[in-house]
Design a protein. Structure first.
Length: 187
C-alpha cells in the first residue's frame, strides 16, 4: 500500500510547540502514515505524538531529520511525489485530480511539506506540486487538514486504529468511550 508522509519544516522549540504537535495529530487523524520534523530537535514534541499513538493507536511514524533537503531528495529517489503546501501555489481544486491520480492510480507515495515561518526558496523548485489551499495566508494545520480531506474525500473521518487502547463511540450527547480490557463508560 502506498503511503503519505508529512514533512514539517523549521520547527522552533519555543514558538511552535503546539502548532507542530497539532500538525502531527492532524497527519495521524486524517490518514497520513507518518510525520518527519525538521528544524530544532525537540524530544518533547516527538514524545507527545508517541504518547497519543500509544493510547489512541497506530501505526504512525514519527521521526526527525536535521537536513530537510537531503530528506526530500532521499524520498524523491525512492519515488515519492513532493507536494508543498503554500499560498503561492496552484489552487487545490485545479490540481487535486492530478494528485489523486498519482496516489490512487499510479500508487505513488506522497510527501506533503508544510512550513513554519519562512520557507526556503529551493523548496518551490524541488516540489512536484506547489499547492495553495486558497491564496490567502492561514495555517499549516488547516492547510494539511484540508489537503488530506480533499484527497480522501471525507473517508478519512471514519478511520479507526486497530491497536487503540481507547476508542470513542460517537454519540449525540455526552462522552462514550471504550477502554481496552474494560467496559464502556459514559461521562
Ligand atoms: N510566511 C511564510 C512563507 O513565507 O511561506 C508562511 C508561513 S505559514 C504560517 C506556515 C505554513 O502554513 C506555510 O509554509 C504553508 O505550508 C502553510 N500555509 C499557510 N497558508 C497556506 C495556504 N493558503 N495554502 C497552503 N498552505 C498554507
Amino acid at each position: 500500500m502506498n503511503k503519505i508522509l508529512v514533512l514539517r519544516l523549521g520547527h522552533r522549540i519555543e514558538r511552535d510547540k503546539r502548532v507542530s504537535t497539532h500538525v502531527g495529530l492532524v497527519a495521524r487523524a486524517f490518514n497520513a502514515d507518518g510525520i518527519i520534523y525538521s528544524g530544532e530537535f525537540d524530544n518533547n514534541l516527538i514524545n507527545s505524538i508517541k504518547k497519543v499513538i500509544e493510547k489512541w493507536g497506530g501505526p504512525f511514524l514519527v521521526s526527525y531529520t536535521p537536513d530537510w533537503k537531503r530528506e526530500i531528495k532521499n524520498l524523491r529517489d525512492k519515488g515519492f511525489v513532493i507536494i508543498h503546501l503554500t499560498m503561492y501555489g496552484i489552487n487545490l481544486p485545479d490540481v487535486i485530480d492530478s494528485i489523486k491520480s498519482e496516489f490512487f492510480d499510479k500508487k505513488k507515495n506522497l510527501v506533503v511539506v508544510v512550513g513554519s515561518e519562512k520557507v526556503p526558496r529551493d523548496l518551490y523548485e524541488i516540489a512536484d506540486y506547489n499547492v495553495a489551499i486558497g491564496n490567502q495566508p492561514h495555517s499549516e494545520i488547516a492547510a494539511l487538514a484540508v489537503f488530506l480531506d480533499w484527497l480522501f474525500e471525507g473517508k478519512e473521518l471514519l478511520k479507526t486504529f486497530n491497536n487503540a487502547k481507547i476508542r470513542i463511540i460517537p454519540s449525540a450527547r455526552g462522552k462514550k468511550v471504550v477502554v481496552k480490557n474494560s467496559k464502556s463508560s459514559n461521562t
